[in-house]
Design a protein around this ligand. Structure first.
Ligand SMILES: [Zn+2]
Length: 52
């Protein structure tokens, strides 16, 4: 089962594992939300995720 995060900016980040999801969200934050870099930890990211 994969996980998905619907970002507040409208982007949808999907991944097949927790590690992949965290990596993809960190990359998204780096490029789209530089103001959030360093504020979103792994637990925050996984807490936002929904299983699908
Ligand atoms: Zn976003």
């Amino acid at each position: 089962m994969g996980k998905v995060i619907n970002c507040e900016c409208g982007a949808v980040v999907r991944a097949e594992s927790d590690d992949e999801l965290v990596a993809k969200v960190e990359a998204h934050v780096d490029t789209v939300h530089p103001d959030l870099v360093g504020k979103l930890g792994r637990d925050d990211i996984l807490g936002m995720a929904e299983e699908e």
